[in-house]
Design a protein around this ligand. Structure first.
Ligand SMILES: [Zn+2]
Length: 344
């Protein structure tokens, strides 16, 4: 998922992130690297190694090889291969000179596995997706098969719809995160960023509605409308105007910090029976942030800070859905108690 997920400690992190964005170009600003990529895109080779995708000028293949989309795909493939192998060579040279690894195009030099650019981040994204799916299914089962239902077969819990949408958006964003870390091109980056913003924005809405117990439909619309409008505008802005990493970071940090504070305040004042789960998630998310501050290069070429950050959210997702199930149970039982006392 995009770099901007859940971020408290705002100012410190913000500075760090802005710095790391500008720092990101150190590797690819290197003239040797640039010369290598430039040469490769023309010749299709880095040293003895040549890439078939770079020879798209031959107009002799089957019909689909003449399609613009196919040609574009080939261009990406060629550029990707050139950049990767130039980076590998450059990093080997640096290593023999005893120099530390550098970032290229905003990323550490990762080892590819089966053509996957960042295998660890992909694996952890898939696991996050799986945990969201499991959490969402068990929420669904608890709600409709374990807890009592109203006479019209609907659930008593008032936040059902919101958590369903949240589950869908979360799974969507982890899916695009896995795609993005598999192959980082313009379109996959935009899809990853956009779906991450969507889930952060939506979970901000959920946090406001849940922690302030907003149950009246009209009030919910009034609260969500400005957030939805802002999030939609922001997604359109980064997709069709400018993908401004610094500004995007500010937006994500602000929305992430806001919801963590809302949940923390609620955990402190409400007498929710599963308060401790809430505290655990809020504190652990804060601690996991430290991984993004100490953005270290990949260990053994695979495990960098970002991938460990994705690993850290896996147990948090399990705990979070368990809190959501508890909340459904808690609200249902208190609503039933109320209706029983009314009946007396
Ligand atoms: Zn990611």
């Amino acid at each position: 998922m995009a770099l901007c997920y859940w971020k408290p400690l705002s100012l410190l992190l913000l500075l760090q992130c802005l710095l790391s964005v500008s720092y990101a170009s150190l590797g690819d600003a290197d003239p040797n690297y640039r010369a290598c990529v430039g040469e490769c895109e023309v010749s299709g080779c880095v040293g003895q190694l040549c890439f078939p995708q770079c020879n798209s000028s031959s107009n002799t293949g089957p019909w689909y090889t003449q399609e613009p989309l196919y040609l574009q795909w080939q261009k990406w493939g060629c550029q990707g291969d050139c950049r990767y192998h130039c980076m590998v060579n450059r990093e080997k040279e640096r290593e023999t000179l005893g120099q530390p690894p550098l970032k290229y195009h905003g990323k550490w030099p990762f080892k590819r596995l089966l053509g996957i650019q960042e295998p660890a981040s992909v694996a952890f994204s898939v696991l996050n997706l799986a945990m969201h799916f499991h959490g969402w299914i068990s929420f669904f089962i608890a709600l409709y098969y374990k807890l009592p239902l109203r006479e019209d077969k609907t659930a008593y819990y008032e936040y059902v719809g919101l958590w369903h949408i949240y589950g869908f958006l979360s799974m969507n964003s982890w899916f695009w995160s896995a795609v993005f870390h598999t192959r980082d091109v313009d379109i996959t980056e935009r899809l990853d960023y956009s779906s991450a913003i969507a889930v952060i924005g939506f979970s901000l809405i959920v946090s406001i509605l849940r922690t302030f117990d907003v149950r009246v439909e009209a009030a919910r619309v009034m609260v969500s409308a400005p957030v939805l409008a802002f999030v939609t505008t922001h997604i359109l802005y980064i997709n069709f105007y400018k993908l401004d990493y610094g500004w995007n970071m500010i937006v994500c940090v602000a929305m992430g910090v806001a919801q963590l504070l809302l949940w923390a305040r609620w955990a402190a004042v409400s007498r929710h029976p599963s308060n401790w789960k809430l505290w655990m998630v809020v504190i652990a998310s804060g601690l996991a942030m430290l991984l993004e501050i100490y953005d270290f290069p990949p260990y053994e070429g695979y495990f960098d800070a970002h991938s460990i950050w994705h690993a850290a959210t896996i147990p948090l997702t399990v705990l979070w859905w368990s809190f959501i199930r508890d909340d459904a149970e808690f609200r249902t039982s208190s609503l039933l108690k109320k209706s029983k006392t009314k009946a007396k």
